[in-house]
Write a protein that binds this ligand. Structure first.
Ligand code: CMP
Length: 134
């Protein structure tokens, strides 16, 4: 069965959206294989978001992702990467379609409520960092 990883970002946790968001994935049929609440420090942020180091938006992204608690989860279900990407919507929340998580809960770009792996390769890399014992 396919798996993907999501991270509900500090804005999503801070706005008490964890239950609503996780419930959407459960109702769609995904099984939660692992879940944890924690805070990114700078080192972990640089490891997790390493493909973006050096890009102009990276400092803002690092600052934001380390600003408060996050909830990460591994979800299992058919075509997990693609289905979850379609459920979370466009990276720019202000362009995300209504009915998607970002389209329903956000307007930001850096503060876009949730991250999800964009490929099976990204899932493998990201899950090794956040769930090394899975
Ligand atoms: P995420 O899916 O977590 O992956 C990288 C994050 O960087 C992205 O969501 C946005 O929150 C943030 N970001 C900010 N500016 C940009 C940008 N110009 N391009 C891509 N991602 C950006």
């Amino acid at each position: 069965m396919d798996r993907t990883l999501v991270v509900i970002k500090p804005d999503g946790v801070g706005r008490r959206l964890v239950g609503d968001i996780i419930s959407r994935f459960e109702r769609r049929g995904f099984k939660i294989k692992a879940m944890r609440l924690f805070e990114f420090d700078s080192k972990l942020a640089r490891d997790f978001y390493s493909p973006h180091i050096g890009k102009p938006f990276f400092p803002e992204l690092e600052n934001f992702i380390t600003s408060g608690p996050v909830v990460a989860a591994v979800l299992e279900g058919n075509k997990a990467v693609d289905v979850v990407r379609s459920m979370i919507g466009d990276t720019k929340s202000f362009e995300a379609a209504s009915g998607t998580i970002r389209g329903d809960y956000g307007l930001g770009y850096t503060d876009n409520v949730i991250h999800a792996s964009d490929s099976t390769e990204s899932y493998a890399r990201e899950s090794k960092i956040l769930f090394p014992n899975l």
